[in-house]
Design a protein around this ligand. Structure first.
Ligand code: SF4
Ligand code: SF4
Length: 189
């Protein structure tokens, strides 16, 4: 594993301070670095930073390291870590907050499909009120790694041939009424 040395002068303590003011992130400062979250997480073996490391880096203000990590996108929101944490830190909610900030700051790992998929899904639902699997996957592949389309072509053909994949882009009626939702969620933020 590649290790990088970070210096305190690279940290953004103001960001860390602001981060812990967000709802459900307040208890992050009470992390005792016990590692229970990493030991419980079923996906930590695939992550570039363990959940314990994410908590430490956020607390110390290493914003870019966290936002550019794959960990926040690999988190499956199973809540095991939050249930087991002896300090009642809402680790899963912190991961959600980090994902949102990564997209807003355009700092997610490049050519990594999960954040692109999240963006395309939200954009399609915002514009049409419904998700259309074919178009979401196609746009994700074109933006992250178009070569994967070659591997997916056979499966896609079989699904389409047997009527299990639609190329139609669906749309709900009165889609304009959905537009107030992002505004409302920002106000709650
Ligand atoms: S389980 Fe809780 S206290 Fe322990 S390292 Fe993880 S976040 Fe910190
Ligand atoms: S919620 Fe995410 S970080 Fe926590 S245990 Fe599950 S996958 Fe791991």
């Amino acid at each position: 594993m590649e290790r990088q040395i970070r210096y305190q002068r690279e940290a953004d303590l103001e960001w860390a301070h602001e981060f812990t003011k967000h709802p459900n992130c307040e208890r992050l400062l009470s992390c005792i670095q016990c590692g229970t979250c990493s030991g419980t997480c079923p996906l930590s073996i695939y992550m570039d930073l363990t959940p314990r490391q994410v908590m430490a880096l956020v607390r110390e203000g290493f914003r870019e390291d966290v936002l550019r990590s794959k960990t926040i996108w690999l988190c499956a929101s199973c809540y095991s870590c939050s249930v087991e944490c002896p300090q009642n830190i809402r680790i899963t909610d912190i991961m959600y907050r980090l994902k949102r900030e990564a997209i807003q700051s355009n700092l997610y790992p490049k050519r990594f499909p999960v954040p692109v998929l999240a963006q395309e899904f939200c954009e399609l639902v915002r514009r049409r009120g419904r998700n259309s699997e074919f178009w979401v996957v196609l746009r994700m592949a074109l933006r992250s790694n178009p070569l994967v389309l070659l591997n997916m072509a056979r499966t896609g053909w079989d699904l389409w041939r047997t009527g299990r994949l639609s190329l139609r882009m669906e749309r709900i009626q009165r889609v304009n009424e959905l537009q107030y939702l992002p505004t409302a969620s920002k106000e709650v933020d």
